[in-house]
Design a protein around this ligand. Structure first.
Ligand SMILES: Cc1ncc(COP(=O)(O)O)c(C=O)c1O
Length: 385
């Protein structure tokens, strides 16, 4: 996994050997976490979700920044992601969103003090029977996502059974919302109602764990009733809104930019076919610049002929099919463009900006997929401000 590749450098000191890179503005992440924290009651904790290498931003740097800005928990999807944080010296509690299945996974979870999700008595028994000390487990309840979790109607019986198991403590009960990013989501309200019903029953038995959580970024912004004891923040801490109607609630600043250098420029006559398949034909004598980034870096080939890059503060069209390592831009209107110039694919240059959401819209997907597709080949450069 390419998650050790980040370097902390001022952005104007990008190594000249880098042909293309991701720049992460850690100050933006800090500001975003602080802004989200201000939406929470003082006693509500904030969990920073840094799975998939911190949504492509660099898990360790994001985790450290979020913890210094008011997060008290981290979350990852895989055991390896958790181990990576521990090996970097991070001591905060880490929730593992996925259950541990194999004996080796169970041992690794315990050794690295990760806190696993369990969805069934069998999954909890793996920890109980491992005899590796008392393990804090987090019970995932399915209130409507239909992915991981015990059915909410069966939550009460499972909590009772878990309480009887040696070597495990139920540290939290949690659930995940399927439609929190939809305006006025009735489904989210129903999921909240189901979780609350289970909590009422547990309360009556004195069995409610001290930590209950439900909200992701969208719910944290839009539905304060879902905050419970802790909120799990992924996308919003990276400065991206899960849906545009959430913009007025809190100011967020995107933290990530994708940049690449121009490595060659030439002028071709009108009527020239450009790149594989000649999906673009020049309609005039055209100054073409080759930019050293392609779908091997995570710039989807399906964006070919559909995006603009930023160069010296203005927008330039990407033309022709995006290839594995390179793509082309039309710099006819930018005569000052020269080899070695830095272009911005995602991020801001002067007053212009392109956001992950712009690409997502064109591709019929979501910003999460754009960010996590940025490949390990792109070095991460961290800025503090
Ligand atoms: C269980 C769980 N909680 C929280 C999150 C964070 O979601 P978001 O990035 O929308 O804040 C995720 C992300 O997929 C998740 O799987």
């Amino acid at each position: 996994m390419g998650i050790d590749r980040g370097v902390a450098l001022p952005a104007d000191r990008v190594p000249p050997t880098h042909r293309a890179w991701v720049e992460v503005n850690l100050a933006a992440i800090r500001n975003n976490v602080q802004a989200i924290r201000r939406l929470l009651a003082p006693s509500t904790q904030l969990m920073s979700v840094v799975k998939a290498d911190g949504y492509g931003h660099g898990a360790v740097a994001v985790a450290r920044t979020a913890l210094s800005a008011g997060a008290s928990w981290l979350a990852v999807a895989t055991v390896d992601e958790g181990i990576h944080l521990r090996r970097a010296g991070i001591e905060a509690p880490i929730l593992l969103f996925g259950p541990a299945i194999s004996k080796e996974e169970v041992e690794a979870v315990v050794e690295h003090r990760l806190q696993p999700t369990v969805c069934s008595l069998d999954q909890a028994r793996r920890f109980s029977e491992a005899g590796l000390g008392t393990i804090r487990i987090h019970l995932k309840v399915d209130t409507g996502m239909s992915r991981l979790g015990v059915a909410w109607q069966e939550g009460q019986d499972l909590v009772s059974a878990l309480k009887a198991l040696p070597n495990v403590t139920v540290a939290s009960v949690y659930s995940h919302l399927a439609t929190a990013d939809a305006p006025d989501s009735g489904t989210a309200a129903e999921q909240r109602r189901r979780l609350s019903h289970l909590l009422d029953v547990l309360d009556a038995q004195g069995a409610r764990p001290s930590l209950v959580h439900l909200a992701n970024s969208a719910a944290t912004l839009a539905i304060p009733q879902t905050h419970f004891d802790l909120v799990r923040i992924g996308l919003a801490q990276y400065g991206i809104y899960p849906a545009s109607h959430l913009r007025p609630i809190v100011p967020l600043q995107p933290a990530l930019s994708v940049k690449a250098r121009i490595v060659f420029i030439k002028t071709v006559p009108a009527g020239t076919g450009v790149s594989y398949g000649h999906t673009f034909q020049t309609g005039r004598p055209t100054r073409l610049a080759t930019v050293a980034i392609g779908y091997g870096d995570g710039v989807s080939r399906a964006l070919s002929n559909r995006i603009e890059l930023l160069l010296r503060g203005r927008r330039v069209r990407q033309v022709g099919t995006i290839t594995m390592d390179q793509c082309l831009i039309d710099v006819t209107e930018a005569p000052e463009a020269s080899e070695g110039d830095t272009t911005t694919l995602l991020g801001q240059d002067g007053t212009e900006h392109v956001q992950a959401g712009d690409w997502a819209e064109r591709l019929g997907t979501i910003p999460y997929e754009i960010l996590t597709a940025l490949s390990a080949r792109l070095p991460r450069i961290f800025r503090q401000g």
